[in-house]
Design a protein around this ligand. Structure first.
Ligand SMILES: [Zn+2]
Length: 255
């Protein structure tokens, strides 16, 4: 039986631990300390580190963890990841027999140039590309690239659970409500998420079905989103990539 546990790090990061009460995978360890504490409390044996992209809040804990456990480090071939032993790119498959788990690798550039995602067991570990009701900032790519990467993730099965790396959900919903004000699924999600956060419960994982219903960055072909984006830029936008670029830019400057 596989469990997936969120370890909180920094202000709003989640380091996901995939385990079966014995063996554990550590995903995007930005900080080693909370991982070491939790793993030893739970008496788990780490077997590998999986990394989605090079940002320090996803990789900063790798050197200490490797020093402690001497485990392999999987990550994107095109990025500088400390201690990387298994460089990955689209189409690669990872197998962890200890957990009876396999993951496919997807290239999802945009937030960073070499960003990858891991998909398997109905779970998606997508780092800083797809967030619940939002998406990552475009630091190293362009809007077309990010749009294509998000569409690739959206094409996975609806039941896929989305394990992103930050608790940004409520802020994302506040923005989404402005550009998609009459979306009933979004209104419902806002109250569900507020209740969870009041009880200090993570709002993740989400699901791709929920993201397709509520995430404006996956809904750039919807009339309400096209209308809001067009109003914001002051001209009619008639293709989804332009709509995406407009709302991504809008969100960058949204308080
Ligand atoms: Zn990042």
């Amino acid at each position: 039986m596989i469990s997936i546990f969120p370890i909180r790090a920094f202000k709003d990061n989640y380091i996901w631990i995939v385990h079966n009460q014995q063996s554990a995978l550590i995903i995007d360890p930005g900080d080693a300390t909370p991982v070491l504490t939790w793993i030893s409390q739970q008496n788990l044996q780490p077997i590998a580190i999986l990394c989605t992209h090079h940002h320090h809040d996803h990789t900063g804990g790798i050197p200490s963890l490797v020093q402690e456990f001497a485990i392999p480090v999987y990550g994107p071939v095109h990025e500088k990841i400390p201690g990387l032993t298994h460089p990955l790119t689209e189409g690669d498959m990872l197998s962890f027999p200890e957990l009876s788990l396999e993951f496919n690798v997807l290239d999802i550039p945009g937030h960073t140039a070499g960003h990858i995602a891991y998909h398997g067991h109905n779970c998606l570990f997508c780092g800083d590309t797809l967030f619940a009701c939002g998406c990552g900032r475009i630091f190293e790519g362009n809007a077309q690239q990010m749009f294509t990467s998000l569409q690739k993730l959206a094409s996975l099965p609806d039941k896929t659970l989305v394990y992103c790396a930050h608790e940004y959900t409520l802020a994302n919903i506040r923005f989404a409500r402005i550009i998609d004000p009459d979306n009933p699924d979004l209104i419902q999600l806002e109250s569900t998420v507020e209740e969870k956060l009041e009880q200090n419960i993570p709002t993740l994982p989400s699901s791709l079905a929920m993201e397709k219903a509520t995430n404006p960055f996956l809904r750039c072909d919807q009339p309400a989103i096209i209308h809001s984006a067009s109003q914001h830029v002051g001209r009619h936008l008639n293709d989804p990539v332009s709509v995406f670029a407009a709302i991504r830019d809008w969100k960058n400057n949204f308080q």
